[in-house]
Design a protein around this ligand. Structure first.
Ligand code: PRP
Length: 173
């Protein structure tokens, strides 16, 4: 297994996170937020992001897993649901990466049923080339090519999430 050189360094990631947090702070001035982290991949991005946001906020966590079927649809299983009430609240769903878009699409529909005042989506990485369903991303860190990436929360077999940078991962042959 080979981890390539960083695609995004610690400094690049931290600068981008600060930028996104500043935009969110400006957009939600005078409001309160509920920030929702999609486990596990978003845990590191989420904790860096919320510590830079300067409006009052609550945090909550959801956990789900997905697999893409051959007919290009997906089965999503929700393992852990919200504990906060989000009715009439401003909510931002935070994800490490948008790939097929199935996870975000499912969670968006799921949260909208609770009738929040608003619901936006913030992703660090956008692998647009792989999209199977259209999902509107309100805050995007970096668009990325169709490469398998690990680090900063993203995994291969639940490993490499602790790397502080993001790198392309290749299985050695
Ligand atoms: C990964 C990633 C996103 C999702 C994106 O999660 O963290 O949540 O896939 O893929 P999609 O756009 O094709 O739905 P995974 O299901 O591997 O779980 P994890 O976050 O626990 O690693």
């Amino acid at each position: 297994m080979v981890i390539g050189k960083p695609l995004f360094t610690v400094e690049q990631i931290q600068r981008k996170v600060q930028e996104l947090a500043d935009r969110i702070t400006r957009d939600y001035e005078g409001k309160e937020l509920v920030m929702v982290c999609i486990l596990k991949g978003a845990f590191m991005f989420f904790s860096d992001l919320v510590r830079h946001i300067r409006v009052p906020l609550k945090v909550d966590f959801v956990s789900c897993s997905s697999y893409v079927r051959s007919d290009s649809s997906g089965d999503i299983k929700l393992h852990h649901d919200l504990r906060e009430q989000i009715r009439d609240k401003h909510v931002i769903l935070v994800e490490d990466i948008a790939d097929s878009g199935l996870t975000l699409n499912f969670l968006r529909e799921h949260l909208l049923q609770r009738e929040p005042a608003s619901l936006k989506i913030c992703v660090l990485l956008d692998k647009r080339e792989r999209r199977l369903v259209d999902v509107n991303l309100d805050y995007v860190g970096f668009p990325i090519p169709n490469e398998f990436v690990v680090g900063y929360g993203l995994d291969y077999s639940n490993m490499f999430r602790n790397l502080p940078y993001i790198a392309v991962f290749k299985k050695s042959t």
